[in-house]
Design a protein around this ligand. Sequence first.
Ligand code: C5P
Length: 413
Amino acid sequence: MKTESLSKFWKLALFCSLTIVTTANIVCVNFSRIVFPGDSSASLYYPSTSVFCNELAKIILSCVLLLYEVKSCSRLMSVLKTEVFEKWSSTLKMAVPAIVYVIQNNLSFFALGNLDPATYQVTYQLKLLTTALVMRLLLGKILTSKQWGALFVLLIGVCLVEIEKLAPQDMTAVSRQMLQTASANKKDDSVIGEERSYDSPAGSSVNVLAGIAATIGMTFCSAFAGVYFEKMVRSSPASSSGGKGLQQGAIKLSELGELWVKNIQLYLFSCISALAACLLHDGDKIAENGFFHGYNSLTVVVVLIGSAGGTATALMLKYLDNIYKNFASSMSLVLASFCSFCLTGQLYGPKFFLGSFLVCLSLFIYQSTQKTLTNKTTVGSNSANRQRNLPLPMYMPKEVISKVMEQNDVSKA
Ligand code: C5P
């Protein structure tokens, strides 16, 4: 794969890979959380332990990819020592998204304790809009009105799909289980799946408004962490200096090598927080039954797919952006529902099909505006900037864009 910039083909391949991996993740997590009637010997694994294993597997996969890049174990060790431990300030920067993800996960516990899954899922889809908002604030990325329109269409589409999927009256026994892990592509939604259902413990009061506020808080956390990571991987030394390496005497890393390093830094903190979550939420049960209680081959598959999903997400944020990442996860929600239809025979009504259509339509609209922008000007497009040899950042404030457009018009005239 050419790493300095990606061709349309590779971007499409990346988008499809993330969509497929996320779909596979949702389906596998759902099935790994089902105890079929009559299977009395079956016991479920503790979701918090699978989250920890997931983060650990992500670190191992990133190390393997880095090993492929540097070609030898000794060089790998040297890179890890320098980039992760000696340059601790750069490692510390990755604690920011990791901490935000921890906050997000804790908010999800609170939200699910106060909302029914459908309200939770639908409200969480607002992240499609908050992401665009945070990208505007942190990266200066400006969306056209057509692009905002596409995001609203996407939002309506995903909400329709989720409402149909989670409608209580339609639930079969299997789909009821699936509901519990409906957004399993998000690691801790699977955590909340089993124990954190809508049925709040008897006597506990449910505060719907607080639940909605927590879910909206989650959408901002998701947006901020994603955009922060995007900013970090796009402003890395190799990408800004054309891959000239990190420092004199250090092993030269390509853009991809740097991405794996950033991932390792992020996952280190995620691992620590995931371990803390294991002890906090399931410490007693783990002490009694063991860390790997309830694990089987499907659990291993879940962990492996989850780690592949992390790598695909990182690539997506590096070479496309957070909005495309959200498009991919929305598409995978639709595809996963389709898979559940094939596997369980659960039928969906017209809302589901209309929603699926809207999701596809929104991607089409958004993509068509990208083409128009690339042809017309340089807004928010890395490749367009390169084609025109503009020494400008990928995302520019509105004033700069209009100035550049003005200059281009003058030079053309
Ligand atoms: O819901 P949201 O889209 O914010 O979830 C993003 C997920 O992607 C998080 O679970 C996060 O751990 C994961 N991620 C990853 N590797 C990255 C960036 C995000 O595994 N480099």
